[in-house]
Ligand binder design. Structure first.
Ligand code: 8YV
Length: 321
């Protein structure tokens, strides 16, 4: 243990193993998930930590924040911060850095991959070839993606990157957000229900958390309709997954492409049996380039906070403190 290096509590292994090594090189890192008894470790050593590193997937629960009376800063790997306990962190007065901006392209790329796969039946056609079904007959015809109406729920950085991709597919774009985005060239739909009614394909890029929980429900899916497709690269919590499985099973929507689920890594079993849904294991930001950029920002935020008291990128409610 090198005493001169700042002590950091790492909540668990990071989504890029190089980052684990880089953190351990620069800081006196203690990984909570690797302690024999994490609760006991927190009770005994919690007061020694001013800095925590975690990820959007792992988050930071209130019981951990409560066990860190001197916590000052959390550097989180990811753009979503719905799994970090806001109330506990605000109560503690701890600031939170995250990694916006660097993953927009890869998340938008995956939204389009899922969109094309769901409409054209690409994953299903792969299964068809591998199973040897081709020699027995043709694969059915599917839905054209280009030229369709694309509804975007959540016109933030990722949503507008998806909209840019859509122009290459000659799509008409409309969106719904809490409020219209100033200067957006796209049509604003005043409600999610109206957006779903208008769209052929609805892409979710809205933030997760209580404010958006289950907003995509049976009614919204009914408005999307039997020819409509749903793509979710945001958070599973935005969609009522049971209602979605029901709509897919009963062909009340045509298909879906999902990278996120309500209870990861356990998609509803009903979804696994369906051919009209493409399932990805939360991989939207999972490229060498983007995960590297996210790791750099995790390191930069931590170093900036320690040296200047201000991270490079800070979650909005934390920055407002
Ligand atoms: C992360 C994500 O890769 O950034 C986010 O919010 O959901 C993903 O990009 C994943 O959560 C790992 O932390």
């Amino acid at each position: 243990m090198t005493l001169s290096r700042p002590r950091v509590l790492q909540y668990g292994k990071m989504p890029l193993s190089q980052l684990d090594a880089e953190l351990a090189q620069a800081y006196d890192v203690h990984i909570l998930s690797q302690q024999a008894d994490p609760q006991h470790f927190l009770a005994e050593h919690g007061a020694q930590f001013e800095y925590v590193v975690t990820s959007a997937a792992m988050g930071l629960p209130a019981h951990v924040v409560d066990a860190l009376p001197n916590l000052k800063f959390v550097s989180s790997f990811g753009v979503g911060f719905d799994a970090l306990d806001k109330d506990a962190l605000l109560h503690r007065g701890a600031r939170v850095g995250y990694t916006p901006g660097v993953l927009d392209d890869c998340v938008a790329d995956l939204a389009f991959a899922l969109l094309l796969d769901a409409t054209r039946g690409l994953s299903e056609s792969d299964r068809f070839v591998r199973r040897g079904n081709w020699s027995q007959g043709r694969f059915g015809i599917r839905t054209r993606a280009s030229g369709k109406r694309l509804g975007i729920f959540g016109m933030g950085r990722i949503g507008s990157t998806v909209a840019r991709r859509a122009s290459g597919f000659d799509m008409e774009v409309a969106y719904h957000n809490r409020r219209p985005v100033e200067g957006s060239p796209h049509q604003y739909q005043p409600s999610l229900l109206e957006l779903a009614g208008w769209a052929d394909i609805l892409v979710i890029t809205a933030a997760g958390g209580e404010g958006t929980r289950h907003l995509v429900n049976a009614e919204v899916l009914a408005a999307l309709g039997p020819q409509g497709f749903l793509v979710n690269v945001a958070r599973g919590s935005v969609v009522d997954e049971a209602a979605l499985a029901d709509a897919l099973t009963n062909h009340r929507i045509a298909g879906a492409g999902l990278d996120v689920f309500e209870d990861e890594p356990r998609p509803l079993p009903a979804l696994l049996a369906l051919d009209n849904v493409v399932l990805a294991p939360h991989i939207a930001s999972g490229t060498h380039e983007t995960r590297r950029a996210m790791a750099d920002l995790v390191l930069h935020n931590l170093q900036q906070y320690i040296t200047t008291g201000r991270p490079a990128a800070e979650v909005p409610w934390s920055a407002a403190q």
